[in-house]
Design a protein around this ligand. Structure first.
Ligand code: AVJ
Length: 320
């Protein structure tokens, strides 16, 4: 069997149809909103990589620290022969896990909507690890997944704190769909950013270099390019606020003045009032009790909980 296979479960134009539906829905409701998944075109993915290197953005470094330290224990506890990674992106931090699992690991199954990210990550991984099978899936993991028939036990990893981008109802649906992928002996490894002081959280989403602001406004450029819209990113201001009741960060774009935006592909003209705010991302922060409860609601048991030395971020291991 070839060491690299790629399966597309997304129609080549699915992204286009989804984007149109999300933009139409999000910009015709009040308050306006756009889902965060549209940040990640090539430029947006680059900006996110840049965010992970900012002094204010601690989650990536904190999670890397945990993975580096705990990979051998994760390998010993799970004995996984297949590692599935949802939203794998560049697979950079996953290497610790892959290398710890390697003696018994048969297949790595990275799942992402970006085919270029998948192919790039697979190439560098395979070059260094003969015998490993990489079966990449181009798929939207929020819509249920058909996994390849690689050997168990399986470890499904969802890292980076990306689960925080899902609203509570979506989060439960997502965890239930992960639960449905698991058979006895399989496990979920989940990365969650933790609740901490407001200043640290807000700084992580509103850095002084303005990279997060550029990342946030990039969604407007995506809509301009894909749907022929005439958003002027400079007409909007980046906003990051901590919602202390719901314990999440919200990123918004605030119109600096009254304006209208034309979106020809949707036959739509969208008015913005001066100062109007449009939500572009929710990034929920967690506590152990909440993670345990969310997992339990989806039929999963929290077995292990590891944090970085400063208690900023957690990795949970859960079983069905
Ligand atoms: C990639 C979803 C984990 O929510 O922290 C970074 C995205 N947004 N800065 C996060 C993000 C603003 C990030 N995740």
């Amino acid at each position: 069997m070839s060491p690299y296979q790629l399966t597309r479960t997304l129609a080549p134009d699915a992204a286009g149809a989804d984007l149109r539906a999300d933009v139409l829905h999000g910009l015709t409701r009040s308050p306006k909103e756009l889902p965060p998944k549209w940040f990640y075109d090539a430029r947006g993915s680059e900006l996110f990589e840049e965010i992970t290197r900012l002094p204010e953005y601690y989650p990536t470094r904190a999670e890397r620290e945990i993975l580096k330290e705990r990979a051998p224990e994760i390998a010993a506890v799970t004995g996984a022969r297949t590692l599935v990674e949802l939203g794998s992106g560049s697979s950079e931090k996953t290497r610790f896990l892959i290398d710890a699992l390697l003696p018994g690991l048969d297949a790595y199954v990275p799942v992402d909507v970006s085919e270029s990210a998948l192919t790039g990550a697979a190439e560098s991984l395979l070059a260094e690890r003969p015998g490993l099978h990489v079966h990449a899936l181009v798929a939207d993991f929020t819509r249920g997944l058909a996994l390849p028939g690689t050997p168990g036990p399986r470890l499904v990893a969802f890292l980076g704190g990306t689960i925080g981008n899902l609203l509570p109802v979506e989060r439960l649906t997502f965890l239930r769909s992960v639960r449905a992928m698991l058979t006895p002996g399989d496990a979920l490894l989940l990365g969650t950013d933790l609740v901490k002081d407001e200043a640290t959280l807000v700084a992580a989403y509103d850095d002084t270099a303005g990279v997060t602001a550029a990342f946030n406004k990039n969604v407007l450029s995506v809509i301009d390019r894909e749907l022929g819209a005439d958003f002027d990113p400079d007409a909007f201001e980046h906003v990051a606020v901590w919602d202390r009741e719901r314990e999440w960060i919200e990123m918004r774009l605030r119109a600096r003045r009254a304006l209208t935006v034309k979106i020809p592909e949707l036959d739509l003209v969208v008015p913005f009032a001066a100062g109007e705010e449009m939500r572009t991302e929710v990034s929920a922060k967690f506590r152990q009790a909440g993670v345990r409860a969310d997992l339990a609601e989806a039929g999963l048991d929290l077995e292990r909980w590891w944090t970085d030395s400063e208690g900023r971020f957690a990795l949970s291991l859960a079983t069905a």
